[in-house]
Design a protein around this ligand. Structure first.
Ligand SMILES: NC(=O)c1ccc[n+]([C@@H]2O[C@H](COP(=O)([O-])OP(=O)(O)OC[C@H]3O[C@@H](n4cnc5c(N)ncnc54)[C@H](OP(=O)(O)O)[C@@H]3O)[C@@H](O)[C@H]2O)c1
Length: 332
């Protein structure tokens, strides 16, 4: 009879494509906290930049081109934090290399692109997630539970904003070629949140946008209508101080999240019913990417069924974004 503990599943080898800021600031620290995996390969256009990134963020990781990183035999999962216009090509190539893929949002910048990536996942029987990591976060579970148990009655409206200030004119967010702009960068979050929370697909959208001299929209405000008269009213942009607050308003009360997408230890979930206000903090003591990475590891270890996969979650958001974009273009 053996008395030892069950064997640990093998650690997941990750490749990162691109020495991206989000990889350094969010993915790598979250992977460290998640445990069960490490960065073994870094793909880059510039080997020297890749070596410096590896030395700082993932000592021992091999540095090569994007294609070499995908081909590395130790790689089981690939994180794609490339500019938006490259998601389609590299998510598909990673799937075709037989890797599980966590691709940055938006998965694609048109419905056609998203359909092509999802088709590749189907063809290769691959695992594919869009990095709306809040879908996996316990704070989102708490919000969904509050709504499901009727804490605010019938949820009628979501008021949400996501703004931050992008100072450098060189930033990919200001580039049309990289498919930047407020909607692709931050507006996609409230739309994804509303679809998740209403568990429905939008019917119509209305929007206005301002370019403020940029080649992509600097700000956009919109309304997305869901079945039954439910609606999302949202504002997004690249010119204001950081703010990502969302409120879900129902027939009996309201929930406010100070940051639904990337909560930290200071962020709160507030429930207001009449004059009673309750406040809690849920899961903000860990990097916001950590629950999503743990999920990928659990699926690869055969310990969990895939949840929030792109095949189920991504197309509706892409369609809603296209509705919003078309509505904004009509008002230009
Ligand atoms: N989920 C989230 O919370 C979150 C947060 C921020 C950003 N994002 C997403 O993550 C992606 C990257 O954002 P980021 O702010 O980290 O971008 P970034 O710092 O500019 O990094 C993008 C990387 O892509 C590579 N690249 C390839 N072609 C490029 C080109 N033509 N121009 C610029 N870089 C190019 C570069 O790496 P090499 O030169 O080494 O190849 C670069 O470091 C975007 O899709 C964004 O929407 C997600």
């Amino acid at each position: 009879m053996t008395t030892g503990a069950a064997a640990e599943p093998p650690a997941v080898g990750w490749a990162i494509l691109g020495t991206a800021n989000i990889a350094r600031a969010a993915f790598v620290p979250a992977l460290r906290r998640a445990g069960g995996g490490s960065v073994v390969a870094i793909g880059t256009r510039d080997p020297e930049r890749g070596r410096q990134f590896a030395a700082r963020e993932a000592p021992g990781a091999r540095v090569g081109t994007y294609a070499e990183a995908l081909a590395d035999e130790a790689v089981r999962a690939v994180y794609v934090p490339l500019p938006n216009h490259l998601h389609r090509e590299w998510a598909i190539r990673a799937l075709e290399a037989g890797r599980a893929v966590l691709c940055e949002k938006p998965l694609g910048t048109t419905v056609d692109e998203v359909e092509a990536i999802i088709a590749a996942a189907g063809r290769t029987k691959g695992l594919l997630w869009e990095a709306f990591v809040f879908s996996f976060h316990p704070q989102t579970d708490r919000l969904r539970a509050l709504v499901a148990e009727g804490a605010i009655g019938d949820p009628r409206e979501i008021l949400a904003g996501f703004h931050f200030r992008v100072r450098s004119p060189e930033n990919i967010r200001w580039s049309a070629a990289c498919r930047g702009g407020a909607l692709n960068d931050v507006g996609c979050y409230p739309i994804h949140l509303a679809r998740l929370l209403f568990d429905a697909e939008p019917e119509t959208a209305w929007a206005v946008r301002r370019h403020d001299g940029h080649e992509v929209e600097a700000e956009l405000q919109g309304m997305v209508r869901f079945p039954g008269g439910r609606r999302l009213l949202f504002t997004c942009g690249l010119e204001r101080a950081y703010d990502a607050e969302a409120r879900v308003l129902g027939t009996e009360g309201a929930v406010r999240l100070s940051n639904p997408y990337h909560p930290d230890a200071a962020d709160v979930v507030e429930l207001q019913r009449g004059s009673v206000l309750t406040r809690e903090r849920v899961g903000g003591d860990q990097p916001s990417f950590t629950p999503a990475i743990r999920h990928v590891h659990a699926v690869l270890a055969g310990e969990a069924a895939p949840a929030h996969g792109a095949a189920q979650d991504a197309l509706g958001t892409a369609r809603a974004m296209e509705m919003v974009r078309s509505a904004a273009a009509r008002g230009d």
